[in-house]
Design a protein around this ligand. Structure first.
Ligand code: ZN
Length: 340
């Protein structure tokens, strides 16, 4: 088969790879119906996360089950399935509590890489969720988004304790931030303030349910949120970037007693203890336990109540994956969809 390998900064190659095979009896092999480039892939692409050896890329996936191992009971060949970037058993105490991405048997969700024609998925019964039937083609981008960016934005909203009537601010206008807006809307937030300086992203945020746009960043952004909320700050803030500036912007935009849900992978972030102590802000987040939300998200997509696939504003054939990375790196695209 062919798949995507990152050799070093900005060196993405689509090349011949070994066909994935069943290694553990709990594995499944899927044929990707679509793949995509994640904002988090850019950390390695840009050389911020060091690449020491060639890396099979892609951790978001949806597709048709080709084959399952002898111990797989629930997932069957021919099903359309969605999984997430961590494989989990869905049975241990941590999974039962909803934190699948910290499952005691946690493994990479697609160790052979999912920007490829085929992928091996460990712990298939725990990791994969099948759709009620084969989806129509127009649902595939949305189902794929559930695998990471929607599940992550949704977790951001859950971690930020979004609920009906609340004011929510979203830091970050990438796919996760935009889907954080969609999630907050779905959870009944009354006011949703999207923080973005890019017109195309503002437009999508408004379409997903944002009521206000704030273009200021950092402390100016936080001051603007305070100004819009009678000096209190937002009840809930979703942080979808992962930098020091973004996290501080989130904490400083939140009212005392409010919640920050952080979803951007932290890079060189240090939380100043004294300021945090006196902020009275709840802080929760981490790698999203996407598996917890998949049944609900698939249901919402299947019944056409949400259309998160709109975050894909560039579609390319899978073999042009390198152009997908370039377009996202240069912020020409919010998120690139790759079709085999
Ligand atoms: Zn588990």
């Amino acid at each position: 088969m062919k798949g995507t390998v990152l050799y070093g900064p900005r060196d993405v190659r689509f090349e011949e790879r070994p066909d994935p095979t069943i290694i553990e009896p709990t594995d499944a092999i899927i044929r990707l119906s679509a793949a995509c480039v994640c904002g988090s892939d850019l950390w390695s692409y840009r050389g911020i996360d060091k690449v020491t050896k060639p890396m099979a890329m892609g951790h978001e996936y949806a597709g048709i089950v080709e084959e399952v191992g002898s111990a797989v009971r629930n997932i069957k060949p021919g099903q359309f399935v969605v999984g997430s970037f961590f494989a989990s058993d869905n049975t241990c105490e941590i999974c039962q509590a909803g934190y699948h991405s910290s499952c005691i048997h946690r493994q990479p969700g697609a160790p052979t890489g999912a920007q490829a024609q085929y992928a091996r998925i460990p712990l298939a019964d725990g990791t994969l969720v099948a759709t009620p039937d084969l989806p129509s083609d127009d649902l595939i981008p949305s189902l794929l988004s559930a695998s990471d960016v929607l599940g992550t934005g949704w977790f951001g909203a859950v971690a930020a304790a979004v609920s009906p009537g609340k004011t929510v601010a979203v830091v970050g206008d990438g796919a996760v931030g935009l889907l954080g807006v969609l999630s907050a809307k779905q959870m009944g937030a009354e006011r949703i303030i999207a923080m973005s300086r890019h017109e195309d992203r503002q437009k999508l945020a408004l379409e997903f349910g944002a009521t206000d746009i704030v273009t200021e960043r950092g402390d100016d952004g936080a001051a603007k949120i305070k100004e819009l909320t009678n000096g209190f700050g937002a009840h809930s803030v979703i942080e979808a970037v992962g930098t020091q500036e973004a996290l501080m912007q989130a904490i400083r935009s939140t009212r005392p007693g409010g919640h920050v849900g952080f979803t951007g992978v932290f890079h060189d972030v240090a939380i100043p203890g004294e300021e945090f102590f006196f902020s009275h802000v709840h802080l929760h987040g981490g790698p999203a336990p996407v598996r917890r939300f998949l049944p609900e998200l698939i249901d919402l997509i299947w019944n056409r109540k949400i259309k998160p696939g709109k975050v894909f504003d560039l579609t390319l054939p899978l073999e042009q994956v390198a152009e997908g990375y370039r377009a996202m790196d240069e912020r020409r695209a919010i998120k690139a969809l790759l079709r085999p």
